[in-house]
Structure formats: structure tokens, C-alpha cells
Design a protein around this ligand. Sequence first.
Ligand code: GLN
Length: 195
Amino acid sequence: MTTPVGVLALQGAFARHIAVLEELGVEAVEVRRPEHLDDVGALVMPGGESTTMSMLLESSGLFDAIEARLDAAMPVFGTCAGLILLASDIADGRPDQRSFAALDISVRRNAYGRQVDSFETDLAVDVIGGMFPAVFIRAPGIEQVGADVDVLASVDGRPVLCRRDHVLAASFHPELSADGRLHRYFIDQVATGVS
Ligand code: GLN
């Protein structure tokens, strides 16, 4: 993979993603305009508000630019709202909300309900060799996954971490845990095509 890694920085939790990548020794750049994609070898889409991100992606011209790169197999890691942006099907979204449909999953926004809309839990994630402390904030629920999608972690039987080829998606916020192993997995394995 060629670096730097871009982090979509239109809105939301992008700053911590950049910090985690830099802590891992990976050069990270903010992506706010189409030309910022030119040099990046992979992209992280952060959590935040997917409806707002969808609007800003259109008005900035980034939607089409990212779509073209995804079609050309640019590795991408979508977290929380970023996962919603990658999903092929969105429930409880806004009617005008767009997604890249880069991952064959059906997601429901804010699926974990009001009382438990934020929680932390230890996830068993075999691909990183152990437990990962996952922070969920008004998280999307993955309700269906396509046959070609690998489920890498689940909570109460519901998938929360999925991969297909160069696309990795988490319904939680890995950048908020003091643990860079999922970013490392993205850089070392997903982005380089190691299964
Ligand atoms: N609920 C947000 C949305 O639908 C996602 C929450 C998050 O990214 N923490 O976009």
C-alpha cells in the first residue's frame, strides 16, 4: 500500500483517527476536497453524523471522487457513521442520504436504542488475536450481511465488525480505545490484501 492514509475530515471524529495512525507511525492526511485524495493509498471514514456527511460529500465534490477510488479498489475503513456510508442498504436514514454501497450489508441507524445508545464492551476479535475494548455511540446495527462479507466480531449475535476484501467496517469507534490494533490490522492486512 502507498501512504499516506487519508482520513475523511468533513465532520465528526476524524482527529482521533489521525492521532492513532500517527501513533502507529503511519502518515495521515485530512481529506476535505477531491484533490486531497490524489496521494492517498487508503481512506478512513470516521464516525459522526452520516446524514450531514452525505450532504457535505456532495457539496464538496468528494462523493464522486471517493466513489471512483472505491471502484478502483482503494482500501477503506468505515467506522460508525463511516460504516453507514459504506453500506448497500440503510434503514431509518434520511430519504436523500447517499451511500457508496461498497459493502453488502443492511444497517439500521441508531439501532441500539435510547437507553443504551452509548456503551463499551470487550469484543472477541480473532483477526487481532484477542479482545478489543469497543466504544459504541448511537451505533448503527448491522441487520444483514451478504454471502461474500466476513463477520469478524459480533455483540449478542449481531455483527459489529465486517470485511470484504479491501473494505473494513466497524459499527463502533475504534479510535476512542487506547488500542491501535484494528488500525494496524487495516493497514497491514486489509489494505495490502492479506486475508
Ligand atoms: N447515529 C449516527 C448516524 O446515523 C452515527 C453515530 C456515530 O457515528 N457515532 O450517522
